[in-house]
Design a protein around this ligand. Structure first.
Ligand SMILES: NC(=O)c1ccc[n+]([C@@H]2O[C@H](COP(=O)([O-])OP(=O)(O)OC[C@H]3O[C@@H](n4cnc5c(N)ncnc54)[C@H](O)[C@@H]3O)[C@@H](O)[C@H]2O)c1
Length: 92
């Protein structure tokens, strides 16, 4: 499974580390609205970055979306991911 992670704050960084511990699951992209955190994700993980969770979802690069953005974005990002065909959304 290819995972795209929306939000590289506290929970996003924790989940990014957990993804790497499971066979058959690869973190392929991270999104954050903060440029500094996109740069950090790129340095930490060597993955593609997007300037919003919406952009990551719309790019269609992930099978599974982890929603680690602020609470008010959980529903809209999850619905967007499901409508785009994601297998499952995860709330942090
Ligand atoms: N911190 C905890 O211990 C904890 C525990 C359980 C659940 N949660 C939940 O996890 C969620 C995130 O909490 P956090 O502590 O990681 O917050 P955080 O502020 O550290 O991280 C959220 C990140 O989302 C980014 N973001 C905002 N809008 C975005 C968008 N449109 N697309 C992509 N990224 C976007 C922000 O720039 C930020 O980096 C919250 O709903 C919180 O309630 C947090």
């Amino acid at each position: 499974m290819k995972v795209g992670l929306c939000g590289y704050g506290n929970m996003g960084r924790m989940h990014a580390q957990l993804v790497g511990k499971h066979d058959g699951i690869t973190l392929v992209a991270v999104a954050d609205v903060q440029e500094e955190l996109r740069a950090r994700a790129s340095k930490d993980l060597g993955v593609a970055t997007y300037d919003s969770g919406e952009a990551l979802i719309d790019a269609g690069v992930a099978d599974v979306i982890f929603v680690c953005a602020p609470t008010y974005l959980h529903a809209p990002l999850s619905i967007r991911a499901l409508n785009a065909g994601a297998q499952r959304s995860r709330w942090a």
